[in-house]
Structure formats: C-alpha cells, structure tokens
Design a protein around this ligand. Structure first.
Ligand SMILES: *Cc1c(COP(=O)(O)O)cnc(C)c1O
Length: 337
C-alpha cells in the first residue's frame, strides 16, 4: 500500500491490524490483535438498539527522531471510563487501554505518518454492549476494540477560518449524556450539522439546552474565545463534552502565553468582547472561527480569511508539544518506538 501522506484527508482506511477484547461474566479477556475489520455481533446487542456504546479519539504523532508520541492518552482512558459509568458499561482499566493502543500502533507501525507531513495516526477506541438481550437494561457482554488509520493535517495551507451558524436544535439535554462521548449525541447532531452545511456553514453552534442563551459546543468541538483584554475564555457546562484539546489550550494559554484563562458562561449576545474565536478538538486541533450567524446577524471575529495571532500561537505551542518539538508539561506525552 503506497500512501501519499500529504494528500490524506480524514477518511477511513483499512489498516492490517486492530485490537479486540471481550467482557463476559464480570471480566475482560486478554484481548488480541486481529486482521478482521468486521465485528460479529448478536442481533440483541444493546449498542444497536439502545445506544449503549461510547468511543474515544486520539492521535499518534511521528517525531523528528522517528519515534512516536501519544498525547495525553491517560485522559482519553479516564474520559472513556466516565462515559462507560454513565451508560452502565464496564470500565477498561487504564493499563489495558494504553497497552491496546501501543499494540495497535506497533502492529501498524509502517502507517504512522512521518514527521513533517502534518499527518498523524488517528486512533479510535470503541466500547459497545453486545450479547443476547431485548429488555431495556445493560448488556450481558461487551466488546472493546481499537483501530487506527493515518489522517491528513486538517488545514493544509495553514489555519483557515470558517463560519458557523447557531442551531435551534440541542445535541444534549441539561442532565443527559452531553458530557459522555457516546454515539447518541452524534446521532442527534447529524441533522443540525447537515442543515448548517446546506446553508454553507462548516457546522452549527449549540447553545445551552436549558436557556438557549450561551454557547456550548461548535459542531463536535469545544469553543474558545480570546477577549479584547487578552483572556482565554471557554464555556463551562455539565452538558459540554470535556475536550482534552480544550483543557490543554487552557493550560498553555495560562502557563506558556501568560494569558488569564477562564471557564465561564459565553452569552451568545455578547460576542463583541472577543477579538478571536476558535473550535478545538483532536481532529483539527484548532479551527479558527471566522464568523457566527445568530438569527439575523453575522458576527465576524478577527477576520473571515485570516487566523488571529493568539490562536496561531496556541496552535503552534500545542502541535509543537504533540510532535515532540517543544517541551511537554509533565505527563502529557508517552513516547514509543
Ligand atoms: C471528542 C469531542 C470533542 C473534542 O474532544 P478532544 O478530547 O479535544 O478530542 C468535543 N466535542 C465533542 C462533542 C466530542 O465528542
């Protein structure tokens, strides 16, 4: 398989190996690396009927020295276990989670994109309820699987702002599963996302489900803004999915850029306080937000065509750490051969 690393998008690619483990009678088996990209599922699997499933997304980064960095994988493990608890699924111990990822990287080592291409190996851990069942309760058995594929740098010619539109729909309920990385939230977001794209926006912005007055999520990414006073602001709410990228930026804004960094309400009718805004998540790292359409007004932040200077600095700092060019805060990076 010949891969042009510079032309990769964010698309499924079948690599030779993945990891799979089964939970039954209260325990995980040892799991194994397999070539089979298909899961053999019982028709009664709760993942299919009642949405009892959760997932994670993280990347492996090819370093200049040829080794490979994993970024804050322990945080993905902790978050997957929080999602699992919310949906009554068994937790995957952190050691098992990290070991599975290392095995999948080692097995598919030739497909880790080389340093300098901007491409990375995207890793998808998945936990699903399976086994014979029809009633609405937790599954008798579970599958934990990890697969991966190389993906391209999201923005090829440098960070480019795009526009978003505020949606009337909600992706999560006030005390629902918004903070869990579960497929149901994504199922709910497909139609609003499609409607936003039909109006030539990248995606939609969700307001808080209780009052519809505050920004919660930007599509399937978290929101941040830089104020005129030079603060890094990101919303706080129990129905936002806690983005690891977001918490990393919050830390870097404070510790490396010397900004005041805060989680607080972001009223949709007070966007004038920001000079820059962005969406953040593992896939794109940062997507600068050019403007936001809300009812009849289109609010432009820094520029519709150029990334703002603070957003660019945050991006450079974070990606520098991920690819091993900058010193990471302690515990952020696991390097494998
Ligand atoms: C995964 C996800 C994010 C981004 O989280 P990261 O840990 O930064 O990748 C943001 N919002 C939603 C809804 C998500 O599912």
């Amino acid at each position: 398989m010949e891969i042009n690393w510079n032309e990769l998008g964010f698309d499924y690619m079948k690599l030779p190996y993945r990891f799979i483990a089964h939970w039954k009678n209260g325990a995980w088996d040892n799991g194994q690396i397999t070539e089979d990209a298909f899961l053999h599922l019982h028709e009664g699997s709760t993942a299919l009927h009642y949405g009892q499933q959760c997932f994670e997304g993280l990347k492996a980064y090819g370093r200049k020295d040829g080794r490979v960095n994993l970024f804050r994988a322990g945080e993905n493990s902790a978050r997957m276990n929080r999602s699992a608890r919310r949906l009554l699924m068994p937790e995957v111990p952190e050691e098992m989670f990290i070991a599975a990822i290392k095995k999948v990287i080692a097995a598919n080592r030739a497909f880790v994109p080389p340093y300098g291409t901007g491409a990375t190996l995207y890793i998808r851990p998945l936990l699903i309820g399976v086994g014979p069942n029809i009633g609405v309760h937790a599954a008798p058995e579970y599958i934990f699987t990890v697969f991966c594929m190389p993906v391209g740098a999201y923005f090829k010619g440098g960070l480019t702002p795009t526009n978003f539109i505020v949606s009337d729909y909600d992706r999560a309920a006030p005390k629902g599963t918004g903070a869990a990385k579960v497929g149901g939230n994504y199922a709910a977001s497909l139609l609003p996302g499609k409607e936003a794209q039909a109006h030539n926006f990248s995606d939609c912005i969700y307001l808080d489900p209780e009052t519809h007055t505050k920004i919660e999520e930007v599509g399937s990414a978290n929101f941040f803004g830089i104020t005129k006073k030079g603060q890094f602001i990101t919303p706080k709410s129990p129905s936002i999915l806690p983005s690891i990228t977001k918490y990393s930026l919050l830390y870097l804004a404070k510790e490396r850029l010397g900004l005041e960094a805060l989680e607080e309400d972001v009223p949709i009718d007070d966007l004038n306080r920001f000079t820059e805004a962005g969406a953040c998540g593992t896939a794109a790292v940062i997507s600068p937000i050019g403007g936001i359409q809300y009812e009849d007004t289109f609010h432009v932040f820094y520029s519709e065509s150029e990334v703002g200077p603070v957003t660019q600095k945050l991006y450079d700092e974070l990606t520098g750490i991920q690819f091993g060019d900058k010193t990471p805060p302690s515990g952020w990076i696991i390097t494998v051969d």
